[in-house]
Write a protein that binds this ligand. Structure first.
Ligand code: HEM
Ligand code: HEM
Length: 198
């Protein structure tokens, strides 16, 4: 038996974000590493890809947020609320969890904060090339630092999604929208017990 987990809005948001992240990371690394720029042989092309992907990413996020605001507002409320069980889970106690466990909530909040940091520092870098008054010291350090933190999180996240056997069944939820009901009851007991979103 399966149980619905993510609707079309949530899946679209996730995969648009993930795709944009990998395109921005790959093109950003070509800009960052001279050896990669040389291997690719066309730094300006990498820069165009980076900026077009950034603009397309922000436009797509805005459209998805507009079209699916009900679902996403409910997700946001759920992710921002940490109850006593979430706090106990973060202290290492394996207590029952809601639709997202406390680690997933922290992950989602960090990724949202990083998306804001990438956008602010990226737009400042772009403006700084056109107008020196936008050239603030530390912008590039912020942009690069956000990349290192985001890459570390994504490596852990993709390991849990694709490799680690206990959490791998979640992938079906993000691809097809539903998950095995027994798996959901074991990993998200409060969600399956109450039938509401948390
Ligand atoms: C709205 C989002 C973003 C914007 C507007 C943006 C913009 C920029 C700009 C203008 C540059 C300077 C290019 C140059 O050196 O000539 C840059 C560099 C770079 N970006 Fe982004 N970016 C964004 C998101 C991201 C993301 C999500 C990542 C990684 C996951 C990333 C990684 C990098 C890296 C590694 C560099 C090279 C920095 C260096 O030379 O030290 N960027 N970005
Ligand atoms: C191949 C790449 C990826 C795979 C296979 C993947 C897979 C998944 C899956 C299966 C879930 C749902 C977990 C659940 O059932 O609760 C999920 C959630 C999520 N993903 Fe990804 N993901 C990928 C890339 C990314 C990237 C690049 C980001 C951000 C930069 C990201 C951010 C998130 C966030 C914030 C959530 C919700 C919170 C969480 O479950 O940690 N994902 N992902």
């Amino acid at each position: 038996m399966t149980r619905p987990r993510f609707d079309a809005t949530e899946r679209l948001l996730h995969w648009v974000h993930a795709l944009a992240f990998f395109v921005l990371l790959a093109s950003g690394l070509v800009l960052y590493l001279p050896s990669l720029s040389e291997a690719v042989g066309d730094r300006p092309l990498a820069k165009d890809v980076h900026l077009i992907a950034a603009a397309a990413w922000l436009a797509a996020l805005a459209l998805i947020a507009l079209a699916g605001h009900r679902t996403l507002a409910a997700d946001r409320r759920e992710i921002e609320r940490f109850d006593a069980d979430d706090l106990a889970w973060l202290r290492g106690h394996p207590v029952p969890q809601g639709r997202f466990n406390a680690g997933q909530k922290v992950h989602a909040i960090l990724q949202a904060a990083l998306a804001v940091l990438f956008t602010v520092s990226g737009v400042l870098l772009w403006l700084g090339e056109r107008n020196t008054s936008f050239r603030l010291s530390g912008t590039i350090v912020l942009h690069d630092g956000a990349m290192f933190v985001a890459v570390a999180l994504v490596v852990g996240h993709v390991f849990l999604a694709l490799v680690w056997p206990p959490t791998r069944p979640a992938l079906r939820g993000m691809v097809r929208g539903d998950v095995d009901a027994d798996w959901a009851a074991r990993h998200h007991a409060k969600w399956t017990a109450t039938d509401d979103r948390v």
